[in-house]
Design a protein around this ligand. Sequence first.
Ligand SMILES: [Zn+2]
Length: 281
Amino acid sequence: MVQVPENAEDLKAIAPVICYPVETLPAPDMALYAAAREGLTKREEIRVEARDATCFRVPAGCFFRIKSIEGPQVGDLNLWNAMDFNERFYSGKTRALHGTHITTGERMWSSFPALRPMATVTHDTLGWYGIDAYGGSVHDVIGTRCDPYTHNLLKSGQYNHCCHSNLSRAFAAELGISVHEAEAQVHDVLNVFMCTGFTRDTGQYFMKASPVRPGDYIEFFAEIDLLGALSACPGGDCSAEHSSDVAVCHPLLIEIFEPADGALKGWQPPKLNGYNRSHGV
Ligand SMILES: [Zn+2]
């Protein structure tokens, strides 16, 4: 039997404080990025087929967009430092710093010990969505990625086109390694265009139909040389179910842009984190 303290209501009434106030977080120079994105030249376009994934490379100082082209579709994004795959996107710390969803001006942070911005969101056509009445928002860093293990746990099935498998196949093909070696490099994603939140009554992770429509895009500035992998999730717009071929799915487009010469004057790639790594030893 759990003993409820006499002052239970008083304890519950204590106001929360933000875990990681971001006032001292190094701020991106959004004015510089805004000026640079006025003179972009498209270098490359890469199409990601439905229920599949593709790798792409973006040099530091370039921009890339993930775009909805044929219908509402969610994308699962992995990012690595192209020079050192041990440095990869850190969904959990990005969530701790920016909240459950990211938009313009917020960043995708990398794993320890680097912990630095890998990419900065420079434009988001779904920025208008904000937080809806259910607590839902777009571009989620809550979810991990749909995967065949959780699917097997819940439904005993063998499904091979979850984002986890799609990303593993894409990374294996890009590096010429086995899918099992590649799988170890796949990490928790940015769920691009995915509309999610937590239910107020049970605290459960929910998804709802993404508001994304063809033409919508999220744009990033590459702070370091990046290898990316994007999966067009088998959940489609994630309005009903994932981890199956039931949902209507669409391809996604990755566009890579180069700014004009001199447009990034004064910009430098972010340094590795300044902690000395002595850990008290
Ligand atoms: Zn997925």
